[in-house]
Design a protein around this ligand. Sequence first.
Ligand code: ADP
Ligand code: MG
Length: 623
Amino acid sequence: MTSSSLRPRAPLEILKEVFGFRSFRKGQESLVDRILEGRDVLGIMPTGAGKSLCYQIPALALGGLSVVVSPLISLMKDQVDALLQNGVRAASLNSAADWDETRGVLSDVRCGRVSLLYVAPERFENASFREFFAALRVSLFVIDEAHCVSQWGHDFRPSYLRLPEVVGLLGERPPVAAFTATATPEVREDIALRLNLRDPFVLTTGFDRANLFFRVEHPRDKTLFLLDYVRRFPGSAGIVYCSTRRAAEEVCGALNGKEFTAVRYHAGLSEEERRENQDAFIYDRTPLMVATNAFGMGIDKSNVRYVVHYNMPGSIDSYYQEAGRAGRDGAPAECVLLFAPKDVVTARYLIEQGENSENRQTRYRKLQAMIDFCNTSRCLRAHILNYFGETADGELPAGGNCGACGSCVSAGEKTDITLDAKKILSCVYRMEERTGRRFGISLLIDVLRGSQKEQIRALDLDTISTWGLMKQRGREELREIVGFLAADGWLRLSEGEYPVLSFTEKTLPFLKGKETLLMRRHTPPERPEQNASLGGRQKRAAPEETPPALFSRLRALRRELADAQRVPPYIVFSDAVLYELCAALPENEEELLSIPGVGQVKLEKYGARFLEILRAWRLENPK
Ligand code: ADP
Ligand code: MG
């Protein structure tokens, strides 16, 4: 097998021969090099950045046994399957395995037949395993999903806290390499401290996911929008997130009633159904998953082409984590959020139902950042990166135009709302002037539309000059404009349960000045086949350039090969590889080997079958 050759190999050579990739991605090479120098490392890189290779390549270069701690069976299984596909001797010890299987793995490890051993952290609580482990020679100790060590994070696992002690059991301390995608600074610091890393080389790459296209839509009818949207991705995998179980049920029902097949996932289902549905999705038997936020943890499925948020989540943290499940393979993928004012009501309700009032303030603040994301006309990617405290400037081209989000590619669709904005802002001013108080969005809109409501008469607001100034305008339309003004800093919304409006430092100069204000109107999009996902940043072969008929043949073959081995199809080849095949149409083994993601072992295993399909295709479609 490729990985067992005795000659020590350079990282780049391993990258090419074993994994079939031409070059390292950002950050990978320096982490690999530091590990090979014997240093501890902490790699903080976003989902899909390629953290696994950062330790798998040193493991193969160092030879012997490397141990990888991973928190979830599904993640371990995925990694081991993927490594075996590339001819790397990998195994895992997990609670789902029976005793015979476990004994087999232990004996393979002892005899030096395993290069990478994946272990759940709890396994080290077991005295006989500790004894077994202590007697091993370990070349590299890896801690994946290292944020699990932090109580600040969301996936805390007490067993992670004992890992430094576990490393101490070994006769000779190997380098320790920890990895996580978690963004918050307090968790990052906690990790290095609690894992007892020694003078670690810490590398943080940016949190941008260049292959993801972000969009917010304000459709009048979300279900209709969704059906149209899903139709654009025939056969591709997508996730639809809903904020409640009930919504998940309804949406799943609506999709299944049409030409689609979808499965559902939420905490109200039996464990068995959840597992079945999850498997149906992962193994590409059902392309659509409709779920609450209960779904996704530990899912490494790389070929998710789109994530729809049917409802607005409560924070950008949740949003980015869920949306980030699209496009792990690096091929273009879309994240679209369907916004409706009702989502704000639901999100507020969920906060009010929540535990203590102290973190309620924080949650309201986070919610407002999420609402602003839905209303802004500025770059959505910059909004996210700024939220995580990253200066988007470093990562985005000048001017903050990312070229791959709904705001940046629809620059031409903006409308001039200068006059509307001035009317609205004046009304905010007059209301405060008359009453000495500040008010929320609803009452503002009532006044603008000339409502005769009791409250308005009682406050004498029906006699100010802006009362009824926008009588003929719809509530939703006005709400959209006010939301935009708040999101982009022309108005301030206070924090807390009942946010009220006031001016910012930008408001008066605007009211007095001649500046034109442009806003992206969220008209219900009918543009069906717009190549919105081909942003300037996406250079790889894109789905839109791919002949659908060829792609589906390749996909069918992938499925057949995967089913025969009982692994998820994306383990055989990622979508990214299939797109490349469609674009490059390789004619022989050598050309096939030059496709990123096709290594020596996969070439031998699958090359002939794929070349056969490509040859037939070329004959049928001569130019
Ligand atoms: P992470 O753990 O950071 O979320 P993974 O290690 O699972 O990411 O890798 C995500 C995807 O990126 C995988 O499909 C992997 O094969 C691919 N990948 C990793 N490194 C490279 C590279 N240098 N070139 C091309 N693809 C890569
Ligand atoms: Mg990972």
